[in-house]
Design a protein around this ligand. Structure first.
Ligand SMILES: [Zn+2]
Ligand SMILES: [Zn+2]
Length: 418
């Protein structure tokens, strides 16, 4: 993983300095003690700086920095990896295509915190930048007889995307990188081209702050600093911060025979997919050709997908989704929050929906019929809720007795860095 760059903000209430990690979604001020949710309008945007750099008079060029989990189909197998990279968001032959190696003293600051800097407008959306990078890596000539269905299907999910503006100085003889203090080339023409790029001199801040207060009862909301969904332990409600405001989220808590030391959140999703007979539990077992008998009742049990609402290594992520979905945990979940801790929700519903073709593809047999066509599956979301499952702590392992699934605590902690 690339190192996390500290984010330096000012407390909107008292003006005191606050340092956050890139994945933090809750600001806690050490001076006035206020706690606020961070909500972004558009992508989180920061400028990259160091203690040595001037606060004004610099040119900044945009990069998309992202982390997430990539799933793809290649050679009739599902591949996965952690994605952690950056892409230049404008077209330039002179600038590095990614942010690359950077010294340890970097900081991120809000773009609105400076005056007199020149910010170059992004030319490519994150999707466009990825498509361009993908096209640059794939072979230039595709054989005529290669059917389009054989092309690799790839999804990036759970991505946290930031627009990072990196400083560049257009000097007499070319471009200069003031962070690593080295010439970037481009000559006088490159420096001229940079000066001519479309600029936005006074960019406003893209960060908004929401009070950590329950909209329903006024109680303080609780949640770990990287959660997207703070909770009210007074009136037992969950609040989604994703849309720039607090929106109530339906949830349930699965019952537990064990200690239930930690509750892990899963998205329970009902979705339709045209062109596949996949509406009931029996349909899933037939699709998977699984060594399980289809019992009569299963024909009437509507299929629900269970996708982790948190990030872990993609291999474990898919294993969790498969185990929970295959078992289809029964029983009506409780509507009261447990006393034991809740693992933070770090993967929004929209991202969970994107992994459904991969999940279904991982079950489907025979592979050669289904895997090349995963990109054609279009899941239509019908309804969803967040369900917390209790896990019992045994040594360094967390065990879900009902599902028969264990996760190491270390894997959970590592997942929070993705
Ligand atoms: Zn403060
Ligand atoms: Zn409340």
């Amino acid at each position: 993983m690339t190192p996390d760059i500290p984010v330096e903000l000012q407390c909107p209430q008292c003006g005191g300095p606050v340092t956050l990690e890139e994945s933090d979604r809750i600001l806690s001020c050490g001076f006035c003690r206020v706690r606020l949710c961070l909500a972004f309008q558009g992508p989180a945007s920061y400028r990259l700086t160091t203690p040595d750099l001037p606060e004004d008079g610099l040119h900044y060029v945009p990069y998309w920095r992202y982390r997430g989990m990539t799933f793809s189909v290649q050679d009739l197998e599902i591949q996965h990896r952690v994605a952690d990279s950056s892409l230049l968001a404008i077209t330039s032959r002179d600038l590095p295509p990614t942010l690359g190696f950077r010294p340890q003293v970097l900081k991120l600051k809000p773009i609105g915190s400076s005056k007199g800097n020149h910010f170059c407008k992004p030319r490519h959306t994150f999707g466009e930048a990825r498509a361009r990078a993908g096209a640059a890596h794939s072979p230039k000539i595709t054989p005529e007889d290669e059917p389009p269905a054989r092309k690799a299907f790839e999804v990036l999910i759970g991505e946290s995307v930031q627009l990072i503006y990196a400083p560049v100085i257009p000097a007499e003889d070319g471009l200069w990188d003031p962070v690593v203090r080295r010439p970037l080339g481009g000559g006088a023409a490159g420096a001229d081209a940079l000066r001519r790029l479309e600029l936005n001199q006074n960019m406003g801040s893209s960060i908004h702050f929401l009070p950590m207060m329950c909209p329903q009862c006024g109680w303080d909301l609780a949640g770990e600093k990287d959660t997207l969904v703070p909770v009210c332990r007074n009136c037992h409600t969950l609040w989604d911060t994703g849309q720039g405001r607090l929106k109530e989220l339906p949830f349930g808590v699965a019952s537990s025979q064990g200690a239930g030391d930690l509750h892990l959140p899963f998205w329970k999703i009902r979705a339709e997919v045209p062109r596949l007979q996949l509406a009931t539990r029996a349909d899933l077992i037939r699709l998977a050709n699984a060594p399980r008998v289809v019992r009569a009742g299963m024909e009437n049990e509507s299929l629900e997908y269970y996708i982790p609402a948190f990030k872990v290594h993609p291999q474990l992520f898919l294993r969790l989704a498969r185990s929970f979905t295959l078992i289809q945990p029964a029983g009506e979940p409780a509507r009261e929050l447990p006393r034991s801790p809740l693992h933070p929700v770090t993967l929004p519903l929209e991202e969970a929906l994107e992994v459904l073709p991969i999940l279904v593809g991982s079950f489907a047999v025979p592979k050669k019929t289904y895997l090349p066509r995963l990109g054609e599956l279009r899941f239509q979301h019908i309804e969803s809720e967040l369900v917390f499952f209790p896990f019992d702590l045994r040594g360094s392992e967390l065990i879900q007795p009902g599902i028969g699934m264990s996760i190491s605590r270390n894997a959970l902690d590592m997942g929070r860095l993705i």
